[in-house]
Write a protein that binds this ligand. Sequence first.
Ligand code: NAI
Ligand code: MG
Length: 355
Amino acid sequence: MSRVHKIASMPGDGIGIEVTGSAIAVLNACAELCGDFRLDFKELPYGTAYYKETGAYFPPDGLDEVRQFDAVLFGAVGMPDVPDSISLWGLLLAMRGPLQQYANVRPVKCLKNILPAVRTVAPKDIDWVLVRENSEGEYAGQGGRSHRGFDWEVATELAIFTRHGARRIIRYAFEIAQSRPRKLLTVVSKSNAQRYGMVLWDEVAEEVSKEFPDVKWDKMLVDAMTVRMVHKPHTLDTIVGSNLHMDILSDLAAALAASIGIAPSANIDPTRKSPSMFEPVHGSAFDIMGKGVANPFGAVWSAAMMLEFLGEKKAGDMLMESMEKCCEEGKTTEDLGGKMNTKQVTEALIENLKI
Ligand code: NAI
Ligand code: MG
């Protein structure tokens, strides 16, 4: 009997729709080839079109609906005619927090034949796992605005750091570091200027590190971290940081390795009480949406992470190997130096799947 995994697909907006379609086609081809598992997809229509129709990005019972699935495959959310704060909080952040997907895992490496963006970085230098705190910190959603429209208008944006939140994400990052050959973790901080939340963060890192005597770790202030990523990339392996810091560093990491178009992410609830959500790091890409040229690799790599999370590691590896082969053959989109469109790359990915 073949294993069945129930997946909610949420393509969302812009190129999210294009790359999710591509990932689903590759996933289905992979499952068929393997023959021992099946993916049961249901598309959920949430996104800007749904918002314009109903007034909400996500229905009130949306979380219950999503909880029926084993995983969510997400595209992107955001359109030019809706403020980004409304779309992001309306859909993506409406799920990450309540579903307690507190670990956002973003692997970065250079795919075969793809040259890094800057000359200080050699392809072998980048093989990182970035771990982002995904439930609190700078994106906790606390704050407000008073005296709207007046010159003395005030806006506050409160960052929330809890001992529990810091401990669980730092421990999770130590576990990832421990599972990798180099057993190396860098904790990103900003405790020189942010003297409360980030100092707590550092103290928790010290405490948790005692549970992992075999992991070598160091601390890095976020500004200096950008320099280290560019000038000494080979000194890094697993990296953990706050919601905002890793949001920014992961875009830099993806750009260094080639293109934001390949960057994958997994929003994980490590307790597995709620489904985890897999999505490319990029957004709706207003400048290329509708043109059929978006790179589907970020979505396909995210799909590979989903397969691994669901216990289908062999199938996940097949997706990764197929992407590497496409890169070797130059069958890529323009952002990776190729000439193919999304549809052609998707076909090449399916063709290159090998069991
Ligand atoms: P973006 O990631 O959509 O685009 C940044 C740049 O990267 C653009 O030039 C775009 O063409 C390029 N790019 C992104 N993905 C690509 C791909 N797969 N292939 C080739 N090129 C690619 O970021 P931006 O412009 O800041 O945001 C656009 C919208 O997306 C906004 O509404 C924003 O809020 C939203 N957004 C949503 C995210 C999500 O749903 N997870 C994440 C980031 C942004
Ligand atoms: Mg981002």
